[in-house]
Design a protein around this ligand. Structure first.
Ligand SMILES: *Cc1c(COP(=O)(O)O)cnc(C)c1O
Length: 375
């Protein structure tokens, strides 16, 4: 099949800075400081500063950033952690591997973000933290989160894996709670050439514990004060990410402009049941994904639409087709079909359209025309 509009195209961001990336890789080769090297320390500081917080601690993946980050905040066995049911499963895996008890809650059907009223109803004396997932690149309202945390005396640990440099109400993603987790999986808004992740925090104790946890629980060689693990962001990956970071704001604004164009061009299709997930955070939404709902009033089922688009070379995705509480691996948590109706409905209705910096106006038109003629 001839792909006319791919779902993502990373070449568009890498080709223009290819020589710069090659130089950064060559520099690490020359230096040879592959583990916990200079480029890592530099990138940690630069990413923390760009996110308007204090410390960055690079780890092997976003999943480890959640698991180790929670542990660094002393969240674990005996603690309940509230998180949305409609997130990528890694959020849940992170909570479980930290040893805490995950408490899933439903989402707002317009924004697909965690429903804080549902979170309120889930508070117990054991609740230690809430994980707002800044899903699709849109932050959960910081003011509402801070009110919530203050009222119920719980910690905020942000899953910002889809929200590098997103902003809302004057806050950058990763600067709202005690700590935050980021992923540098290649297709994230800021992506490495492999796996990677980071914890951001402005708490020096959390940062120090994080540095131990990712390095066998050690702050001094061969002295281990807690059972940590081996989860470090490679110097090589950090060097690549450091080269890409200065372009991130521009890439994010490209995505926003593309989303705004999609919004305009798709508006006439609202009556046919094609409804974009709402942006309630203005220009701070960084559109990791551009997601529409194919609702009950649409004459075509989502799967049929997806097949028709695919047949004309337009790739789409579903983020995510099965909510966390219905994943076979987590049936032991005891959740059932019907527990989180909004998350379940969204999982049936959502469709992610092509979205990446460099997606051009003709391609956007092509996507919208293909949807229109499919209906
Ligand atoms: C990508 C992602 C993760 C996990 O990151 P990895 O680097 O793939 O481990 C966690 N949470 C969310 C919301 C993500 O999108």
């Amino acid at each position: 099949m001839n792909i006319k509009v791919p779902f993502v195209d990373l070449n568009l961001q890498h080709q223009p800075i290819k020589s710069q990336l090659q130089q950064a890789i060559a520099d690490v080769l020359t230096k040879g400081d592959f583990i916990l090297g200079q480029a890592l320390a530099n990138f940690e500081a630069e990413f923390a500063a760009a996110s308007r917080t204090e410390y960055g601690i690079g780890v092997a993946s976003g999943t480890d950033a959640i698991s180790l980050g929670l542990q660094a905040c002393n969240i674990g066995a005996g603690d309940e952690v509230i998180l949305p049911a409609n997130t990528f499963v890694a959020t849940l895996i992170g909570v479980v591997s930290a040893g805490a008890k995950p408490i899933l809650v439903d989402c707002n059907p317009q924004t697909a973000l965690i429903d804080l009223q549902a979170a309120e109803a889930a508070i117990t004396p054991q609740t230690k933290a809430i994980i707002p997932v800044h899903l699709y690149g849109q932050m959960v309202s910081p003011s509402q989160l801070l009110d919530f945390a203050n009222t119920y005396k719980v910690l905020i640990f942000e899953d910002a894996a889809q929200a590098h440099l997103a902003e809302r109400e004057g806050y950058k993603a990763g600067s709202v709670g005690i700590a935050a987790a980021f992923s540098f999986y290649p297709s994230k808004n800021l992506g490495a050439f492999g796996d990677g992740g980071m914890v951001l925090t402005r708490d020096s104790e959390v940062a120090a514990k994080m540095r131990r946890l990712r390095n066998y629980g050690s702050s001094q060689k061969y002295v281990h004060i807690e059972p940590g693990t081996n989860s470090r962001l490679d110097t090589l990956q950090a060097a690549i990410l450091q080269q890409k970071l200065p372009y991130l704001s521009q890439w994010n604004s490209d995505r926003l402009a593309i989303a705004q164009r999609y919004d305009r061009e798709l508006a006439p299709l609202a009556s046919a049941g094609i409804i974009p997930i709402e942006n309630q955070s203005g220009t701070g939404h960084i559109y990791h994904l551009y997601v529409v709902k194919i609702d009950e009033s649409c004459p075509l089922e989502r799967q049929k639409l997806q097949e028709k688009l695919n047949a004309v070379g337009i790739q789409t995705g579903i983020h995510y087709p099965i909510p966390c509480h219905l994943q076979p691996a987590f049936s032991y948590l005891g959740y059932q079909q019907g527990d989180f109706p909004q998350s379940e409905k969204l999982s049936q209705q959502i469709l992610s359209l092509p979205m990446y910096p460099g997606l051009n106006n003709n391609q956007i038109k092509e996507v919208v025309n293909a949807i229109t003629s499919s209906l």
